[in-house]
Design a binder for this molecule. Structure first.
Ligand code: ZN
Length: 88
């Protein structure tokens, strides 16, 4: 079951909001590096970053996840959060 009634800070606007309205991007080990993915259940292990849905466009433009994870997370994850915000 997804985590409910918890607040997390959006990594773009730094506002706290209920995780239910946010997209969580998590990372997991993948060989020698990391793989980034959208954590729909909100309970994947490891480091995660939250983006409120209103900030997705800005996150893509400013590559906000690269700052949060201090690395280049790759274009795929930005496409994924855009899709997530449009269709979910
Ligand atoms: Zn935000």
């Amino acid at each position: 079951m997804a985590v409910k009634n918890k607040e997390r800070m959006c990594c773009v606007c730094r506002t706290r909001a209920d995780v239910g309205g946010m997209i969580r991007v998590a990372r997991e080990r993948d060989g020698n590096g990391f793989r980034y993915f959208i954590d729909k259940e909100g309970n994947a292990n490891g480091r995660g970053a939250y983006i409120c849905k209103g900030c997705v466009g800005k996150a893509v433009k400013t590559r906000a996840l690269n700052r949060s994870f201090k690395t280049n997370v790759g274009d795929n994850i930005y496409l994924a959060i855009q899709d997530e915000s449009l269709y979910n």
